[in-house]
Design a protein around this ligand. Sequence first.
Ligand code: ADP
Ligand code: MG
Length: 321
Amino acid sequence: MALSEFALIERYFRRCGAHRTDVRLGVGDDAALLAVPGGSELVAAIDTLVAGVHFPHGSPPASIGHRALAVNLSDLAAMGARPAWALLALTLPEADESWLEEFATGFNDLARAHGVALVGGDTTRGPLCISVQLLGHVPAGEALTRGGGSVGDLLFVSGTCGDAAAGLAIEQGQLETEPEARASLRERFLWPAPRVALGERLRGLASACIDVSDGLLGDAARLASASQAGAELGWADVPLSQPLLEVLGEERARELALGGGDDYELCFAVPRQNIARLTAQLPPQEWRYTRIGRLRTEPGAVVVRDGSVMEFSHSGYEHFR
Ligand code: ADP
Ligand code: MG
């Protein structure tokens, strides 16, 4: 690389993200030293983005930096944890300074918005690949998990679903739209907004939580299965954005909302006895979440439409008798 590895780290990553006093030693030594608050558990997640697999080749570098952190913030949000420290393993084909500048800006802006410090990493040459490890903390014993739900709990999802999948299709030239809807759906793919504040506030209210990264129906099924239950979702209850409805029409919009990926919303279960507290402490209009169904005894996840059960197949959704 024209730019030495040392200079690259120094220029783009030494002062990246928030400044935190609990970082006793950050970028520059052999490892970082972090002061974990007493009475809390350390929460750790890692996710890798590979060019051409997790984002199209030629994606805006700032969006890649944003997404590499956002997917991990979403995992910590699902645990009800507060994010604090990140490590960045960067594999680059070349030290392209304008690419690095934009990538670091995208990462830095989101990290600062969530008070996350970049405390270390690794830099190597090879096909473009970004791994971010995110560390955070949660009061001991209070983390949300996928497996805490019970039959009868109500299921909710934050925001709207399917937008990012449509945004990716637009990015890849597979979907034509009006400019306004196009901008809004692309934004949902390129700049996901992880629901960190909601996740933290759901501690003590939700029984189980998962972040929606692989499609609402599949992720609801994973939460249900971890909770030794099944999930029943209402076809008409899945929240859709206006741009998605305009672009796809209701039928296809609901299919994409159930099966599309990259939403980074939270899907969570709430016991009936907590519903009054939930809506009082987190007014749904303000916190933007919607009831989509419930946990039930029969395993698997189903969608109920006009009283009959639909089943997912690889070719889409089919009526099932
Ligand atoms: P070592 O050989 O000890 O792993 P490196 O040369 O890989 O040291 O890294 C030097 C310092 O820079 C370490 O503190 C490491 O955590 C940090 N670092 C390396 N790459 C990155 C990166 N992409 N982002 C943030 N910190 C990095
Ligand atoms: Mg190293």
